[in-house]
Design a protein around this ligand. Structure first.
Ligand SMILES: Cc1cc2nc3c(=O)[nH]c(=O)nc-3n(C[C@H](O)[C@H](O)[C@H](O)COP(=O)(O)OP(=O)(O)OC[C@H]3O[C@@H](n4cnc5c(N)ncnc54)[C@H](O)[C@@H]3O)c2cc1C
Length: 327
């Protein structure tokens, strides 16, 4: 097969596990590569090659490069940038795709500045038009979408929104290489990364998000949301005033100045539906709103609305889901 263009994908991993969003990025790259006679190279920077290269191939990689160094056990952007720049100098890439996670966004911004190339952040769709790759990304706090076409110096960088580009794996062949690399003397090392207990699931990566607003009345009632999220295998989100009040950590905040989420199911509990909140969750596949005010703005974006007291409805939902999911 003749290869016209080469796409690089950066794999994100945490505590020895591949982040599911990396598999989404790989399959999006595969789809694109199939339309432009492209080849997909997956870069996995790690201390040792202990992740499944076959999994990356099944999700779309033609070649998996495990690049190992003791200081690459955890993500530190200086180390990743050094390692990536070295790879981009060695071979020419047309596109560089990363997850639009905190790390992926940081890495794409730094690389874009260092290489003087364009970046399309938080893409929700990518396609090929007249042989050129086009990316669609939300702008103006999600109120509009812009279509980006790349010109100029390569590689063109795209970060892809989690939970949008899911495709099942398929049986494929590919090549896996492993190479110990050098990093500059100043490379930084994290001695130990402590994982926060009780909030393992990142709100941007969860397929189900149960979010609470001021209507939850107080921090103690977020226990109800945690119980529902646990039964559903989801994560807990929050509106900004909830975070400003110190009821929840900032990492939970959904909205214009918080995280952008696109889960399969978003349950908004006691959230009024201000535009700044909608900016972070309106692309969810299914939205359920629970609010005591039948005129709350959140109902205008909801697929299902429940008018009533969230503090009574949430435990009832948890009980029912438990029954259904365990039967
Ligand atoms: C520059 C800027 C950036 C912002 N960024 C964000 C952001 O990132 N994320 C964000 O969320 N906000 C953001 N905001 C704030 C935003 O404008 C709203 O103030 C905020 O989203 C409202 O939060 P809320 O829905 O929890 O509270 P409220 O607007 O006070 O709504 C509470 C809701 O709970 C309902 N309720 C009350 N009691 C119950 C009950 N027992 N059961 C069920 N429902 C009940 C009420 O009817 C009401 O609809 C931003 C604002 C600005 C100016």
């Amino acid at each position: 097969m003749s290869v016209d263009r080469v796409l690089a994908v950066v794999i994100e991993h945490d505590h020895g596990e591949t982040k599911p969003v990396s598999l989404e990025v790989l399959s999006a790259a595969r789809k694109l590569a199939d339309q432009i006679s492209g080849k997909v190279v997956a870069f996995c920077f790690c201390r040792e090659a202990n992740l499944s290269g076959d999994l990356f191939i099944r999700h779309g990689a033609d070649e998996v490069r495990f690049l190992t160094h003791p200081d690459l056990q955890h993500y530190i952007h200086e180390n990743y940038v050094s390692a990536l720049l070295r790879e981009l100098e060695k071979s020419a890439f047309d596109y560089l795709l990363l997850p639009a996670t905190n790390n992926g966004k940081e890495l794409s911004a730094v690389l874009s500045a260092r290489l003087g190339v364009g970046v399309a952040a938080d893409c929700i769709s990518i396609s090929v038009n007249d042989g050129d790759v086009e990316a669609v990304r939300p702008v103006s706090a999600g109120k509009a979408h812009s279509t980006v076409r790349f010109t100029g110096k390569k590689p063109h960088i795209l970060s892809l929104r989690p939970n949008v580009f899911r495709n099942p794996p398929i049986a494929r062949q590919g090549e896996i290489v492993e190479e110990a690399i050098q990093l500059p003397e100043f490379s930084q090392r994290v001695r130990e990364l402590v994982k926060q207990v009780g909030s393992q699931l990142d709100v941007t990566e969860a397929r189900i998000v149960v979010s609470g607003g001021l209507g939850m009345q107080g921090p103690e009632n977020f226990k109800l949301l945690e119980e529902l999220a646990e039964v559903l295998g989801g994560a807990v989100g929050a509106s900004r005033p909830v975070v400003d009040n110190g009821w929840r950590d900032y990492s939970n905040q959904v909205g214009q100045t918080g995280r952008t989420v696109s889960p399969d199911l978003y349950i908004a509990c006691g959230i009024s539906g201000a535009v700044q909140h909608l900016a972070g969750m309106s692309s969810s596949r299914c939205i359920v709103a629970i609010n005591s005010d039948p005129n709350a703005a959140i109902f205008s974006v909801a697929d299902y609305g429940i008018v009533g007291d969230a503090l009574k409805i949430i435990p009832a939902l948890t009980r029912e889901f438990k029954k259904v999911l365990t039967s």
